[in-house]
Design a protein around this ligand. Structure first.
Ligand code: SF4
Length: 285
């Protein structure tokens, strides 16, 4: 049996920085909290809990004085910084620089009067942060077909400037399709369109490699957290090219007996999947 492991599988730069940073911070000070899961991966969160990290959903949960709070790679809405200051909580900011860049773009263009279309999932924490910089003047598009309704709204409300951006882990092919429809429809009405492809490079490479491997193998394993949006996208991409694609969180879910009939197996993992989970699958195969 041949096994092909993606070179880009596992932690991306932003996640690695946040997870390593969180480990260092909890060793330095036990009074450290993390706002939300540090990454969408149960194993990573459990490991940090064992070291003493406390995970909270909002700053109100912090009752101690002199607390530190870690902001994860996804970033947070801008009011969190203000609230932390009011409550005298020290922020340790591990927002990925790629996400900070999107905040900057959204802030600049919304102040310049642009209507913002953000490709991604409306409830994803990264987008909640981005939306806070859009000044109520935005729409979120998850599926390609939703764009037509938004175009109608733009035209009927006589909007004249539109910005298209994206969640860092959005599917590149879908983004390009949305861009094409927008360009085509808005140019007919002389509406200005600015496109900023804010899908991060790490995501782009990972999606590309997933596609390449899935085309070559008879069975494809995607490893990642059940609530990880970038893992879900890798699964969708692989499934398009390889019918026998599974998505698992840990090696325990792997149906190893089923795999014996396959000759070539591909492995890819999401940006929040730790090396140990990948190694476990490899050694099991
Ligand atoms: S996927 Fe990209 S944007 Fe998100 S944390 Fe990783 S490097 Fe940063």
């Amino acid at each position: 049996m041949e096994v092909i492991l993606g070179k880009t599988a596992g932690f991306c730069y932003g996640v690695k920085r946040a997870v390593e940073g969180a480990k260092t911070e909890i060793e330095k000070c036990k009074n450290t909290y993390c706002l939300g899961e540090i990454v969408h991966n149960k194993q990573v969160v459990e490991n940090l809990k064992k070291k003493g990290m406390k995970f909270i959903e909002n700053l109100e949960e912090i009752k101690q004085k002199d607390a530190n709070v870690i902001i994860r790679a996804h970033g947070v809405p801008k009011n969190i910084y203000k609230l932390a200051k009011e409550k005298n909580i020290k922020i340790i900011d591990y927002t990925c620089p790629n996400v900070l860049k999107i905040h900057e773009i959204a802030d600049k263009y919304s102040k310049d009067g642009y209507y913002i279309i953000l490709c991604g999932n409306k409830n994803h924490p990264e987008n909640l942060g981005t939306i806070s910089y859009c000044n109520q003047n935005y729409d979120v598009v998850e599926k390609e077909e939703e764009i037509n309704k938004i175009i109608d709204k733009i035209i009927s409300n006589n909007m004249d400037k539109v910005l298209l951006i994206s969640q860092t882990t959005y599917n590149l092919e879908k983004f390009k399709n949305i861009e094409k429809v927008l360009k085509n429809q808005l140019s007919k009405k002389n509406i200005e369109l600015i496109v900023k492809n804010t899908i991060c490079r790490a995501t782009e490479l990972r999606q590309k490699e997933t596609e390449e491997i899935a085309q070559k193998v008879d069975y494809m394993i995607i490893i990642g957290g059940k609530n990880s949006s970038n893992t879900k996208k890798l699964y969708e991409i692989a499934k398009k090219h390889c019918d026998n694609t599974v998505c698992i969180e840990t090696v325990k879910e792997l149906e190893i007996e089923k795999l014996k009939k396959f000759n070539k197996i591909g492995i890819m993992a999401g940006a929040s999947t730790p090396d140990e989970s990948i190694k476990d699958v490899l050694s099991s195969l």
